[in-house]
Design a protein around this ligand. Structure first.
Ligand code: ADP
Ligand code: ZN
Length: 214
């Protein structure tokens, strides 16, 4: 099963992708995570991407599609949850080819619908465990013991440099201008299912499960 999770920054794509991976035999292919790993490793791709991401703009289609191709080849034929990819019409076309080359095609495009003002609040409060990557939020989902990761006990956390209001607004504008226009193409193929992304994590999860298990 190959699934795209589509929605603006902060819609909950990463949270739902991680849950699906834990519960099903799927891999999460997040270009954002791949790019952050490239930056941390200081690769040529990372060097190119860093400033672009800090401005809230999109990294080039060629770079992200190459990353997806590499990771598809490393995923042992498991079904994929695409999270943060495709983000432009060119990327959508590239993905179709990458899948077709491997005898695969998309099963679902799940659109997470959310309210933009709520997104700024969600994104600006979020942070992750520096050790295990568990996701937290200052008000919506703080660790049970302040300063200690629920999952692994680490006391180190990190925030993304692009999770500030100005950059978030830019990322939203990029989403509206470049990513939302790919939805009609998937709609014409009958692939799109809408999910209300404003519910709790469990409510959103249940709605996604209902689609995947139908
Ligand atoms: P979010 O969905 O919260 O914006 P991501 O981790 O998906 O977070 O993306 C962070 C940044 O990484 C984006 O603002 C963009 O600069 C870059 N990026 C991630 N995926 C892509 C992509 N498919 N195409 C272009 N740029 C991307
Ligand atoms: Zn942890």
């Amino acid at each position: 099963m190959d699934i795209i999770l589509l929605g603006p920054p902060g819609a909950g794509k990463g949270t739902q992708a991680k849950r699906l991976v834990a519960e099903r035999d799927l891999v999460q292919l997040s270009t954002g995570d791949m790019l952050r790993a490239a930056i941390a490793a200081g690769t040529p791709v990372g060097l190119k991407a860093k400033a672009v991401m800090e401005r809230g703009e999109l990294v080039s289609d060629a770079i992200v599609s190459a990353l997806i191709g590499e990771h598809l080849d490393k995923s042992n034929g498991k079904g994929a949850i695409f999270d943060g990819y495709p983000r432009t019409g060119h990327q959508a076309e590239a993905l179709e080819l990458l899948l077709a080359d491997r005898g695969r095609k998309l099963d679902h495009v799940i659109e997470l619908k959310v309210d933009e003002d709520a997104l700024v609040e969600r994104i600006c409060g979020r942070f992750t465990c520096a050790q295990c990557g568990a996701l937290y939020h200052d008000t919506a989902h703080p660790p049970q013991v302040e300063g200690v990761c629920d999952e692994c006990g680490s006391t180190e956390f990190k925030r993304r440099p692009d999770d500030n209001e100005e950059t978030v607004r830019k990322r939203m504008a990029e989403y509206r201008a470049k990513t939302a226009p790919i939805l009609p193409v998937y709609e014409s193929q009958g692939l799109v299912r809408e999910v209300d992304g404003m519910g709790t994590v469990d409510e959103v999860a249940a709605a996604i499960d209902a689609i995947l298990d139908a």
